[in-house]
Design a protein around this ligand. Structure first.
Ligand code: C2E
Ligand code: CA
Ligand code: CA
Length: 629
């Protein structure tokens, strides 16, 4: 490429400065002038404002050589409009240009908010140089103007300006990054302190609040109460509603709790000493409330009442109205514990105590600890027993009252202990229900009993019916019907040979989803029986709608019917009721000949009890089966 070679003799007109003299001697070779990559013309624009003849001639040439598109203006009036319409990368202006009011043009340009290009001032004198630098010029050039150097310098000015701008951008980005990091940290801190579902302080923050409360009441000689709030059978709610709705339910309860603490109070309460109250979301479906009070008068009782009345109101989730049974445990500082973690744990133990009594309010006492620890231990051991296949099924014969003939067997869970005893299912079933283990236990019994039924059949002895107990937790589980169908299929068992026993206690409350499930089971062909009939308070009301085949009179009535006329009358009425409704009636817990003969007189269909046999392991049950043949 042909290089552009200016004639240096023409360049400078002034004799000022040694630099210029030395520049005069500078020999620019062709090679030097080859536009390097660096000097390749780019889309950079330079605005050049000058009147100096030599500058007008050489300025544009050299600027072009250094890759600038150069716009030359000599008239001050022209300049303003140019600055605003052209997107210049650099402005070179002679110090002599003035505004209408006489101030140097470069000053106005430097101060103009809409001019971002760097300003390079061409200074005829040393005085101009210092004035331009004072005004904030990006760079200055002194006369005599050596345009090759000026162009090179202009390019560096643009580059430096770009670098500065990038630095500024980087600074902005860095400060934005710092802001972002700050807000992320804040979010994290809030996630660490608050439960996302309810927005209430979480367990760890609640612990801090308790500590602070403890410090305050130590100073003031007051009392700090920690309440833990749980719900009876919340697992059933989750099973019935699904996790998502159960979460909504908890959110709603959290909101109500908070509102109950923050809501308007009796103005006299302040005087009574009710000062600080805070609600928190603990792990799972549990809430905490902390309260500092004088501990005298009715402060605590008032708060207790307030909590229970808030929690006893039905909660609406979507279109569903849910009635919950709240369980509240309370522990006090300094009486019950002197450390925040222990105080909370003790309130929680008291709450568990309330839970095992079906709801209500419980103050911490030593027994709460023992009961909670016992439950935890049992839950752990039960898990291990299931994993290690330690659980067995025992079978108790069910016989025809009139003929004494075997008509079926009831499968009963057995948890044998090392010493030959076993823990009763009545003891571990509630723990299994609370911990969710009941679903697994239930499947174990259903599968085991049906497999045994099949084995006996293969051995040539056909038992007419196998009865299996079903817990409410199983009945609320949506895939229970499927589980039953699969088991029947697995062992090729006729559905009518399986009878599912559903306890009247607590289960048959008329909840529509349970009634629906019973109909589905009935549609499969399995028989349904109401166990412990007479102990709940509702089955008789629903008897018309429930698709049941059988009533099992609770053994408490059978045990009492010889000595207590009322029990005898109730048994008689139940037998009649069952017969009128075409239901089979079974008496359970028959221990004596007297009981059996009375049942015969009453025309009770079937019976079971120690009089025939205690529940026995499968191999021992063979004796009864052999009599069948
Ligand atoms: P349940 O269903 O009412 O079972 C009858 C209980 O009465 C059994 O107690 C049985 O051993 C006992 N029993 C039978 N005949 C007599 C008698 O003549 N006298 C006396 N005093 N008791 C008699 P067990 O096996 O301790 O079971 C207690 C409860 O545990 C059962 O009451 C049932 O509700 C529950 N359960 C047992 N096995 C299972 C199971 O596999 N699943 C479920 N969900 N619950 C079970
Ligand atoms: Ca039963
Ligand atoms: Ca029973």
């Amino acid at each position: 490429m042909k290089s552009y070679r200016p004639d240096f003799d023409d360049v400078a007109t002034s004799d000022e400065g040694d630099l210029t003299q030395s520049l005069r001697r500078l020999v620019v070779s062709d090679e030097d002038m080859q536009p390097t990559e660096d000097l390749q013309p780019t889309a950079m624009t330079a605005l050049l404002f000058c009147r100096d003849a030599s500058a007008r001639k050489w300025g544009p040439r050299w600027l072009t050589q250094f890759g600038f598109e150069t716009i030359l203006r000599t008239d001050a009036n022209d300049i303003a409009s140019h600055i605003r319409t052209s997107d210049a990368d650099v402005i070179l202006v002679e110090a002599g240009f003035r505004d209408e009011d006489g101030t140097p043009l470069y000053g106005s340009l430097i101060n103009a908010v809409d001019v971002s290009a760097p300003i390079l001032v061409l200074c005829p004198s040393t005085k101009d140089v210092s004035a331009a630098l004072d005004a904030g010029a990006f760079d200055v050039v002194r006369k005599p103007y050596e345009w090759r150097l000026i162009a090179a310098r202009t390019k560096r000015v643009v580059q430096a300006h770009l670098v500065n701008r990038e630095l500024d951008n980087a600074k902005v980005a860095a400060s934005q990054a710092i802001d972002l990091a700050d807000s992320a940290r804040q979010r994290l801190r809030s996630r660490e302190s608050f439960e996302p579902l309810t927005g209430l302080p979480n367990k760890s923050r609640f612990g801090d609040l308790i500590k602070r409360g403890m410090n305050a009441v130590t100073r003031d000689g007051n009392v700090l109460a920690v309440f833990v709030i749980g719900f009876a059978r919340f697992r059933l709610v989750i099973e019935a509603m699904g996790q998502e709705r159960a979460d909504l339910l908890l959110t709603e309860i959290g909101y109500k709790l908070n509102a109950c603490l923050k809501g308007p109070r009796d103005p006299a309460e302040g005087a009574k000493g009710l000062w600080t109250a805070a609600a928190a979301s603990l792990d799972g479906p549990r809430f905490g409330v902390m309260l500092t009070c004088s501990g005298q008068g009715n402060d605590l009782a008032d708060m207790q009442q307030r909590l229970l009345s808030t929690l006893s109101q039905p909660v609406q989730v979507a279109s569903q109205i849910v009635h919950l049974s709240a369980c509240v445990g309370v522990a006090l500082y300094p009486q019950d514990a002197d450390e925040a973690g222990r105080l909370l744990q003790r309130a929680e133990n008291a709450m568990r105590d309330a839970q095992s009594h079906g709801g209500g309010f419980r103050h911490y006492c030593e027994q709460s600890d023992a009961a909670a620890a016992g439950k935890l231990r049992m839950e752990h051991m039960l898990h291990e027993a299931l994993d290690n296949d330690e659980l067995h099924i025992a079978y108790q014969p069910i016989s025809d009252t009139a003929t004494g003939r075997l008509v079926g067997a009831e499968a009963l869970l057995r948890w044998p202990q090392g010493d030959g005893s076993f823990i009763s299912p009545s003891e571990f079933a509630p723990v299994a229900e609370e911990s969710g283990l009941m679903i697994r236990l239930g499947k174990f019994v259903l599968d085991g009993a049906c497999r045994q039924f099949d084995e006996w059949r293969r051995a040539g002895t056909t038992l007419p019916r196998m009865c299996v107990n079903v817990s409410k937790v199983q009945l609320t589980s949506s895939d229970f019907v499927k589980t039953v169908a699969e088991v029947l299929e697995r062992y090729g068992m006729d559905a009518t040979s399986l009878e599912l026993e559903i306890s009247e206690r607590g289960v048959l409350s008329g909840a529509q989803d349970i009634i629906d499930r019973l109909h589905e089971l009935r549609a499969l062909g399995v028989r349904l029986s109401i166990d412990d009939f007479g102990t709940g308070d509702s089955a008789i009301v629903y008897l018309k709608e429930l698709p049941v085949d059988c009533l099992k009179i609770d053994r408490s009535y059978i045990g009492g019917m010889i000595d207590d006329k009322k029990d005898a009358a109730i048994v008689s009425a139940m037998v009649t009721l069952g017969q009128r409704m075409d239901l089979t009636v079974i008496a359970e817990g028959v221990e004596t000949e007297e009981q059996l003969s009375l049942l015969r007189q009453l025309d009770c269909d079937l019976f079971q009890g120690f009089i025939v046999s205690r529940p026995v392991p499968a191999d021992k049950f063979m004796v009864f089966l052999e009599n069948l043949a």
